[in-house]
Ligand binder design. Structure first.
Ligand SMILES: [Zn+2]
Length: 388
């Protein structure tokens, strides 16, 4: 394997980064006209630092430094070239591999995925059609749908919960609980993984609680076995983009979680709308062309200096095909369901990527839940109000 090298694509992206935005994120405070001199975020002064908007370059008169965003990051932070690229794009240098090494790695990944898919399918086969457990869970969560009518959902009376032990370097079983399992399928409708939610109907949200025995941290009640990338849980309507696959559903709604999608469906009661669960936000939105500075989040680096936090931006990287892709020429309208209960800045960017990625002929739109709520909460509130 060759020496680690920063990919050219990341270098190009960093070179094209907006110098004004980068300078601001590094502490420059511009006047109304950003071309007027201000103190340099790297070496101070009063008016030595200026940018040319047209050329997208900076110049620092006192130090003689100037140029693109990479030069700017290096002048201000004193870091090296590769680190500047990482600060600007989030891309780290990676070892350059030969074609044979790439082919080998790909084969290993495929073998690993196929093994994981078989394990996931074993879990799916061991589960039974929805009965009392899912009916009671849905009732507890205020979900109106009848799980018995949804072929991608099943239940398990006692399902072991495993977690990775860092100390013992192996998986350890923490206990058992009833579980809801959902089939994850790919764009062709093939089974690729299973989504598991461990349940405890004695708790308010119906989800089981497990703690990491080593750190005491509460663990996620939801886990995926197999793959979720590019996958979806189809709650209603077609599993594929084929025109003869349940053509009566000519609209589509996509949300991050099962409860959110059911909640939205209950509140909006849309006609002829297929319901897909994207499982997680990254799978719904895909990769971004660039990362952008978060307006409020900062982290401390190794020296305790405050550094901006970068999150994925709003423009989709269309080269990413390993996310949920809405088939073109199939739906007359697609609605992406936005949760109002997560970090607003990164969620908004992700939702904009999902919308921008969808085919234009599906007239994509975003339907946001009110601030602080997801669509499951909205449905629950509507139900409570109706009962009062
Ligand atoms: Zn300077």
């Amino acid at each position: 394997m060759g020496e680690p090298r920063t990919p050219q694509e990341a270098i190009d992206r960093a070179r094209n980064a907006d110098v004004i935005g980068v300078a601001e994120s590094l502490g420059a405070v511009f006047k109304a006209n950003p071309e007027a001199g201000v103190p340099c975020p790297g070496c101070g002064g009063t008016d030595r630092f200026a940018v040319s908007r047209a050329k997208n370059v900076f110049s620092c008169r006192a130090s003689g430094e100037g140029g693109d965003a990479i030069r700017l990051v290096r002048h201000v932070t004193g870091c090296g070239f590769a680190e500047a690229i990482e600060i600007l794009t989030g891309v780290k240098p990676a070892p350059v591999r030969s074609p044979a090494e790439v082919a080998n790695a790909r084969r290993e990944v495929n073998e690993y995925r196929e093994k994981a898919r078989r394990v996931a399918h074993g879990i799916w086969r061991s589960a039974r059609r929805p009965g009392d457990l899912l009916r009671d869970y849905f009732a507890l969560r205020g979900l109106e749908a009848n799980p018995a009518c949804i072929p991608t959902l099943r239940e398990i009376a006692a399902h072991p919960y495993w977690t990775w032990s860092k100390e013992r370097r192996c998986f350890v079983k923490l206990g058992e609980a009833p579980a809801m399992v959902a089939a994850i399928t790919d764009a062709a409708g093939r089974f690729i993984g299973v989504h598991q939610t461990w349940l405890d109907l004695a708790r308010a949200n119906g989800k089981a609680v497990f703690f990491d025995p080593e750190t005491g941290e509460q663990l996620d009640a939801k886990k995926v076995r197999g793959s979720q990338r590019g996958g979806r849980i189809v709650l209603r309507g077609p599993r594929t983009g084929a025109s003869d696959d349940q053509p009566q559903f000519d609209r589509l709604a996509v949300g991050e979680g099962l409860e959110t999608v059911f909640g939205w469906d209950h509140v909006k009661a849309p006609e002829w709308t297929a319901l897909w669960v994207a499982i997680n936000l990254d799978n719904m939105s895909g990769r971004a062309t660039e990362s952008v500075p978060h307006p409020t989040m900062v982290r401390a680096d190794a020296l305790g200096r405050k550094r901006m936090v970068k999150v994925s931006g709003p423009c989709p990287d269309m080269a990413d095909t390993e996310c949920l892709i809405v088939p073109p020429g199939r739906f007359s309208k697609v609605t992406f369901l936005g949760d109002g209960d997560s970090d607003g800045f990164s969620t908004t960017a992700a939702m904009h990527r999902a919308r921008a990625r969808a085919p234009a002929d599906s007239h994509p739109e975003i339907d946001w839940a009110p601030p602080g709520m997801d669509w499951g909460d909205v449905a629950n509130m509507a139900k409570q109000e109706a009962a009062e």
